[in-house]
Design a protein around this ligand. Structure first.
Ligand code: ZN
Ligand code: FE
Ligand code: FE
Ligand code: ZN
Length: 267
């Protein structure tokens, strides 16, 4: 089967379209199963410091959960209740409490912030020049490894998001990939194959081919996601992602129900 497990909605403040608009594209295109994974509220910031346009508000979270659950009852396509949660070191217990309060099918863990810097935000791109790019990669990979080890996440999102704007170190990245997939395996998390990279300056799926091959050799399971922020992006790039997975040796993808992993044959 083919799934799209990474779908946002306008509730996050930087996407367009309601749940129904995204579902309509999934139905039209014949996807078997989709999962909504809108951005969890920025739980790690004090309420007065939470910027608008990054994530749903805390008040919206139960509204989101309710709306997905209502859709599940009538949808001809299987719909899962997921969420994309930021990892910020030191804020684990707050996150754990928030996640426990809702019956999520899966939680996608993301690193979008490095010491408060929203490094995947076009408007903050000038800060790359303050870094040695290799050190930045080491820092980023350390964070996703720490995130995996918390046990709070089922899936690690866009695992090499740090390449988004094409700031690439000259050093060989394989050692970082290999350390990371070993930790993912030990932590029991899936790696997400996320096609949003195809729509960004880097023009490459997350993860990079060598990163995916390393994951396969460690036996790390994978999920598929478009990271749709507009309804027309549902399923975008998934045929490429399937070919990419097959080339790395994969024949199976993971799906989730109430945080239990199910392994399925890929189409
Ligand atoms: Zn987003
Ligand atoms: Fe993300
Ligand atoms: Fe996302
Ligand atoms: Zn994302």
């Amino acid at each position: 089967m083919i799934t799209d497990y990474h779908i946002h909605t306008k509730m996050c403040g930087h996407a367009t379209g309601d749940l129904e608009d995204y579902l309509a594209v999934a139905i039209r295109d014949g996807l078997e199963e989709i999962g909504f994974s809108d951005h969890l509220p920025l739980y790690f910031l004090p309420p007065a410091a939470i910027p608008v346009g990054y994530a749903m508000t805390e008040a919206d979270l139960p509204v989101y959960v309710d709306a997905v659950q209502r859709l599940q009852e009538t949808s001809p396509v299987r719909v899962k209740l997921g969420v994309e949660a930021d990892y910020v070191p030191g804020c684990e217990s707050k996150l754990e409490k928030l996640l426990k309060a809702y019956p999520f099918d899966y939680v996608i863990g993301s690193v979008h912030f490095i010491d408060g810097w929203s490094f995947d935000n076009q408007e903050e791109i000038d800060r790359y020049s303050q870094w040695d790019i290799w050190e930045l990669y080491e820092r980023y990979f350390t964070l996703i490894q720490q995130a995996a080890m918390t046990g709070l996440f089922d899936i690690m999102a866009h695992p090499d998001l740090i390449k988004k704007f094409n700031y690439l170190p000259s050093q060989d990245l394989m050692p970082l990939y290999e350390d990371t997939v070993q930790i993912f395996k030990r932590a029991g998390v899936c790696m997400e194959v996320n096609t949003a990279g195809l729509r960004c300056p880097v023009q490459e799926i997350y993860p990079a081919p060598g990163f995916l091959r390393a994951a396969f050799s460690q036996g790390v399971e994978v999920t598929l996601g478009s990271d749709a922020h507009h309804p027309e992006q549902v399923g975008a790039g998934l045929p490429e992602a399937v070919n990419f997975l097959k080339a790395a040796g994969y024949s199976e993808i993971a799906s989730f129900k109430r945080r239990d992993r199910i392994i399925n044959n890929m189409l």
